[in-house]
Design a protein around this ligand. Structure first.
Ligand code: ADP
Ligand code: MG
Length: 344
């Protein structure tokens, strides 16, 4: 069988290795995996018990012999081995024959080190990739949104994920300015947990905090404020308790995290070269990542920066769709691929 025939048969895939969610795009098929970046391992043997949704169900509910890991929790690869397991298992979920994998485009947070890049590349190669290409997450998000990143025009993309919020100014196929803070969706969940502890003596878990955020969370006053019920454990008498809470209280709880994101955006605007800043003024800021779904976050940023702010369509899938477009037209996007220094 000739090499070109093999190429014809092989499957190219794009992976968004997110701190909260991992997505896989299979060329010709679309997004086939979209699951939380979590694995559950058996303590004694480190055997993989569950990956993705099934592992998420186990979070906070494991017994002594099983533990769950989020390999990319804080936006860096905290656990190389766990990251490799996750890449391999997610590819299994995509249901492609390992022998038939051609190219893999993996996006990595823009600030990763050479060592982390090498680890991701090695992990992809051990999963069967014949060729691995890395792309910065913010760049993939911009491509996924459909921006023409090759133009000599400035675009600002703010991607709010689980572990990190990334701000990037992109022009002429490159990242002109980049800023990343470790305050994003996870930190918002933690703020909600702390709020209930401090104000209601109520202990709630991470999963509950996330549900509250998605149900009634907001970054700016709502026309009609919302309400939800919250179940937790009373810290004084230790008994489970239900309370009703309004969206304005949750807004207060989230304020510090949101202010940190606002400040980071302002700082990036200050540091953007003037010509590009004026482009951003014309075109507006684009929000991607799951955090972009927080109610009225766009309005809050508009209010604080006086810039136009747009929430991308389907913000949770922008990055993987960007990987997909790179796979569809690799020549066109050659310049955006991350180079690796030799010998690392
Ligand atoms: P990552 O790229 O780091 O994996 P994602 O872009 O998948 O992150 O976004 C995940 C984050 O988005 C999580 O912290 C999640 O709580 C948050 N999120 C998802 N939906 C909403 C929503 N409706 N409101 C607020 N935050 C949300
Ligand atoms: Mg992401």
């Amino acid at each position: 069988m000739s090499f070109s025939f093999l190429n014809f048969l092989s499957t190219d895939i794009g992976i968004d290795l997110g701190t909260a969610n991992s997505l896989i795009y299979v060329k010709g098929k679309g997004i086939t995996v979209n699951e939380p970046s979590i694995i559950a391992l058996e303590d004694s043997s480190d055997r993989v018990i569950a990956v993705g949704n099934a592992a998420r169900q186990m979070m906070g509910r494991t017994h002594q012999e099983i533990h769950t890991i989020r390999p990319l929790k804080d936006g860096v690869i905290a656990d190389f081995e766990a990251t490799e397991i996750m890449i391999r298992e997610m590819i299994k979920k995509a249901n492609i024959n390992r022998m038939m994998i051609g190219r893999i485009v993996v996006c990595v947070p823009s600030g990763v080190t050479e060592v982390e890049k090498r680890a991701v590349r090695d992990a992809a190669e051990r999963s069967g990739a014949r060729e691995t290409m890395l792309v910065a997450e913010a760049m993939a998000a911009a491509i996924g949104v459909g921006l023409d990143i090759h133009e000599p025009v400035g675009n600002m993309v703010v991607d709010i994920g689980g572990g990190t919020s990334e701000i990037a100014v992109i022009s002429l196929s490159g990242i002109v300015h980049h800023n990343s803070i470790r305050i994003a969706g996870d930190e918002m969940n933690q703020s909600i947990i702390q709020y209930f502890k401090k104000n209601y003596n109520l202990l709630i878990g991470e999963k509950t905090a996330e549900e509250i955020k998605c149900e009634v969370g907001s970054a700016f006053a709502l026309e009609e404020e919302l309400e939800t019920t919250v179940k937790g454990r009373d810290l004084i008498d230790g008994i489970p308790k239900t309370i009703t809470i309004g969206s304005s209280e949750i807004r207060d709880a989230l304020d510090e995290a949101i202010m940190a994101i606002v400040d980071a955006v302002k700082l990036s605007l200050e540091r953007t070269p003037p010509e590009l800043a004026s482009d951003i003024l014309d075109r507006g800021i684009i929000l991607t990542g799951g955090g972009a779904l927080l109610r009225r976050l766009d309005e809050r940023l508009r209010h604080e920066t006086s810039m136009a702010v747009h929430v991308a369509e389907d913000p949770l899938t922008c990055v993987v769709r960007g990987c997909g477009r790179i796979l569809d037209e690799p020549e066109r996007f050659e310049k955006v691929l991350l180079k690796q220094r030799r010998g690392v």
